[in-house]
Design a protein around this ligand. Structure first.
Ligand SMILES: Cc1cc2nc3c(=O)[nH]c(=O)nc-3n(C[C@H](O)[C@H](O)[C@H](O)COP(=O)(O)O)c2cc1C
Length: 172
């Protein structure tokens, strides 16, 4: 299976996470600053990652190149999203970038995989939370770095399992 991980990172945290996720999925790793249309489209599973900045904004490189996501043909494509954030300091906008990327790719017809539980987090509001769960993998290296390894491992196992399911089961 062909997997591409596209990430943005300001101070390196999300880059390091993206590297671990790409290694676990044997995926191609691409910084959004270097991504071309084929990186979005020519894969079976597209994994997107961004930290949240400002108050609930995408990372700058993602913001500057968001047209590349809007312009990609993602119809029917499986997309998994991860994000880093700080739930203690930014409790009202925790990992909002996950939710922002989610809404764009859903509008493009993508099939979201890799939802996760909000158990174990302590925040007030998050755009990444829909119907009581995160629409991707939420990581907090500022306050919960000790939980990161387990969370990544569980998510990778979940994605691997999802890949073996028939398409019809994914949207169930
Ligand atoms: C100025 C600033 C604004 C931030 N805003 C948010 C936010 O709104 N929500 C959130 O969850 N984290 C927020 N964070 C935390 C970062 O997303 C977090 O530290 C992340 O791991 C940084 O990733 P990077 O090293 O890949 O850039 C903010 C951090 C800074 C410095």
């Amino acid at each position: 299976m062909n997997v591409t991980v596209i990430y943005g990172s300001e101070s390196g945290t999300t880059k390091a996470i993206a590297k671990r996720i790409a290694a676990g999925l044997q995926a191609k790793l691409v910084n959004i600053t270097a991504a071309n249309p084929a990186d979005f489209e020519q894969c079976d599973l597209l994994v997107l990652g961004s930290p949240t900045y400002g108050i609930g904004d995408l990372q700058t490189d993602w913001e500057d190149r968001i047209a590349s996501l809007h312009n990609a043909n993602l119809s029917g494509k499986q997309v998994a999203i991860f994000g880093t954030g700080d739930q203690a300091t930014y409790s009202d906008s925790f990992v909002d970038a996950i939710g922002i990327l989610h809404d764009i790719v859903v509008e493009k017809g993508a099939v979201i995989v890799g939802h996760t539980s909000t158990d174990g987090y302590d925040y007030t509001a998050s755009l990444a939370e829909r119907d009581g769960r995160f629409v991707g993998l939420a990581l907090d290296e500022d306050g919960q770095s000790s939980k990161t390894e387990k969370r990544i491992a569980a998510w990778l196992a979940q994605l691997a399992e999802t890949q073996s399911l028939p398409q019809a089961a994914l949207s169930a």
